[in-house]
Design a protein around this ligand. Structure first.
Ligand SMILES: *Cc1c(COP(=O)(O)O)cnc(C)c1O
Length: 385
């Protein structure tokens, strides 16, 4: 076999169309938040449909922070989230002085387990933060039922979920307070860094728009638009600096147009993995129920007891074959900050713990070729059976 180039775990899919769009923004003379970002917001809202408001920000982390802030989450409050996620899901609660209750996940989907949510509710609980792990929707019917019975808000960490549907409805259109998408470099579409918060709640959207840019209120303009001079503004809160640049907005608009093709390619790659890896000693990721869409941001495999190698050995073997992998995630209960703050132990999270020991994420990105995927399949076959 001829020496092959390194196949990364993920790579953004950027064409001349994106480069032209960013160059157009740069040449326009307006490089911060402006017409491109505004157009991106309305095109993103139109893509989701259902009359949602879309608020563009410079990361999903910023979006999660803004959503919780706008809901009034603060000191003494608690939010419930899965342990098997990225720290961004819950670090934003700490920014606001609130606390995170981490809970275990479902063994099949690796999504937050609704029964564990119910058990973690206290009088201080204010919100549930489900994460659509890998791009597969959480059991939202069960989550909304719990939220309704206990009067809790739901904020979806939808960083993996563009586009994901559940019972035919797109994530972003569900009856949660807000859903937050990420356009980080390796997500299903990218703006380099960026995110979008969507909500149907106009007051929530208005608060987030004020807080993403220093707490500057546009109300003075709206109320006295003809009389207020252009230089006048009012600061109504100590806001943040979370706005999206027009270079990112321009890039996002092109990526959004290409999203249907991206989805198709990801589904094709996932279907081939599911088919060609089915006889190996692996637990393959759960597909979406019939008729629903899995965004396939990640393809997470878990080694069975009869696999011939450990997870670490498989990662090494793939690396030796020039193939990049990753692990999603080192569960938060193992991370020093979260572990020590809440005195967490692995025994409290048996499902996430078991999954973590055996899991790795293999390359799945739109710009990957069929030959590159064949290399991953062959390398896996060679080391696990
Ligand atoms: C990527 C990611 C985030 C953070 O997104 P940024 O845009 O990088 O802030 C949050 N949660 C999850 C589950 C993610 O994968």
């Amino acid at each position: 076999m001829k020496p092959e180039s390194f196949l990364p775990f993920a790579r953004p899919d950027i064409t001349e169309a994106e480069i032209d769009a960013v160059a157009r923004a740069m040449r326009s003379g307006w490089v911060t938040t402006g017409p491109e970002t505004k157009a991106f917001e309305s095109e993103f809202a139109a893509y989701l449909g259902g009359g949602v408001q879309a608020v563009a920000v410079n990361s999903a982390t910023a979006g999660l922070h803004l959503a919780l802030e706008a809901m009034g989450i603060g000191p003494g409050d608690e939010v419930i989230a899965p342990t098997l996620t990225f720290t961004a899901t819950v670090e934003v609660a700490r920014y606001l002085g609130a606390d995170a209750k981490l809970v275990d996940v479902d063994p099949t989907t690796l999504n937050i387990d609704p029964a564990q949510i119910e058990a973690a509710i206290t009088p201080r609980t204010k919100a549930i933060l489900p994460v659509h792990y890998g791009g597969l929707a959480c059991d939202m019917a069960a989550i909304f039922d719990i939220a309704q019975r206990h009067r809790l808000q739901v904020v979806e960490d939808a960083a993996h979920a563009l586009p994901t549907t559940t019972k035919g409805a797109l994530v972003g259109q569900l009856p949660s307070a807000a859903a937050v998408f990420s356009f980080y470099a390796n997500k299903t579409m990218t703006t380099g860094e960026g995110g979008m918060v969507v909500t149907k709640d106009e007051a929530l959207a208005a608060r987030m728009r004020v807080m993403r840019l220093h707490g500057i209120s546009r109300d003075a303009f709206d109320r006295f638009s003809s009389k207020t001079p252009a230089w006048y503004y009012e600061i109504v809160a100590p806001g943040f600096k979370y706005n999206m640049t027009d270079m990112a907005g321009a890039l996002g608009r092109v990526q959004l147009q290409r999203l249907p093709a991206f989805v198709q390619r990801r589904q094709q790659l996932a279907a081939r993995y599911l088919h060609e890896l089915q006889d190996l000693p692996l637990i393959l990721p759960a597909d979406a129920p019939q008729g629903d869409t899995h965004a396939w941001h990640l393809f997470v495999i878990r080694l069975n007891d009869d696999a011939r190698a450990t997870r670490d050995e498989v990662i090494q073997a793939l690396s030796d074959a020039g193939i990049g992998t990753s692990v999603h995630y080192v569960p938060l209960h193992r991370q020093p900050y979260w572990r020590d703050r809440y005195g967490l132990t692995p025994e409290q999270f048996p499902v996430a713990e078991q999954a973590y020991q055996r899991m790795l994420s293999i390359p799945l990105f739109t710009a990957m070729s069929d030959d590159e995927q064949a290399r991953v399949i062959a390398a896996l076959k060679a080391c696990v059976r």
